[in-house]
Write a protein that binds this ligand. Sequence first.
Ligand SMILES: CSC[C@H]1O[C@@H](n2cnc3c(O)ncnc32)[C@H](O)[C@@H]1O
Ligand SMILES: [Zn+2]
Length: 442
Amino acid sequence: MEAIDTLIHARWVIPVEPAGTVLEDFSLAVRDGRIVDLLPAAAARARYQAATVVELPEHALIPGLVNAHTHAAMSLFRGLADDLPLMEWLGKHIWPAESRWVRAEFVRDGTLLAVAEMLRGGTTCFNDMYFFPDEAAFAATQAHIRAVVGLILIDFPTAWAGNAEDYLHKGLEVHDQLRHNPLLHTAFAPHAPYTVSDAPLERVSVLAEELDIPVHMHVHETAHEVQQSLAERGERPLARLHRLGLVSPRLLAVHMTQVEEEDLRLLAEAGASVAHCPESNLKLASGFCPVQRLADAGINVALGTDGAASNNDLDLLGEMRTAALLAKGVAGDATAVSAADALRMATLNGARALGLEEEIGSLVPGKAADAVAVRLSDLETEPVYHPLSQLVYANVRDRVSDVWVAGRHVLKEGVLTTLDAPALVARAREWGRRIGAANSGR
Ligand SMILES: CSC[C@H]1O[C@@H](n2cnc3c(O)ncnc32)[C@H](O)[C@@H]1O
Ligand SMILES: [Zn+2]
């Protein structure tokens, strides 16, 4: 018998690679945080002596979900301003609130709240873009969740940094601090083409290549953004980013609701990725990302929730459902974005977009043991003809039972093991009292 740390036996295992595979009565063998084997349960019981054995007789085991775009700490602004279009939401509500409230403590508490919600929903890696990225990194470490921390850049001063040079300097310091942490990565995160000028964008393009990290940016979120750029600069935002050297395999363009043939060509030729955030796009009425067209052009499309202030949750399983349904409506084609496609977008495509494809995104020996168990034996999910169908189209929202990140059991039978959920709720309520009281006087 071979000694390992954990053996997880599941009724179904959906490894994502090879595409569309569903394995019945299979087991995942884990040692030192990595997957060492994926094999039939009977063979696994004979071959491995595990310190911990987990039985999941009514569950589907899938790779940990990758939230390819969020602003984690904005969970503390959830529900602050709803039913508004993007620029009014940002300009009249969110940016003023951020200017008043966003400091280190806010980001730490908000990110802790967000990572608790994400872990409970099966997300094991998130790509963040927010002020005080050092605090987001601290919260992720405490929770033992994988994170790509955004080294942000925006043309106006905030409590985090004063000008472009300061943003870049602080970002590079954070990058240096996190360099040797196996769960934490960094990406440059210039906010959007309409808030960052040419010179700092050119610097980002050079630095990203030097450091070999992604560039994560809101791009073509609304028709207004594109029209404004055409009127003021005579070029589409993506064409401008291309001119500045940013359209490359490192680029993760978030939203892309406005897509012309030339945009498709630029993204496809560069090997860039897109982060689709369907629920935020719907809620802010920003537009519809043509996911199937992008995928048909060979562009890697990942899935994100955006922040909880524009979604208003961080539930990637729900986002998979919205993405699959919306794609069919947008394409006028019921075969667009299948259940398998949606799961791939939320796992392997996200990993690829973040440069982490070798490490996470599928349940393959050699990769990190980031895995999620979803119970499919409830009245909302029985009978199970196709577990993938249940995962994407049925109501599985509260059915994530267990989550592992790098082999550590961070959600055990529905209970978070690294975070104190009631304390986080109490803290969020306290922030809500303060922010709500200040807002009621406006
Ligand atoms: C520079 S930190 C991130 C910055 O982005 C703002 N934000 C949140 N959601 C969106 C969105 O959908 N489009 C554009 N900007 C967004 C957030 O409030 C921070 O100011
Ligand atoms: Zn966003």
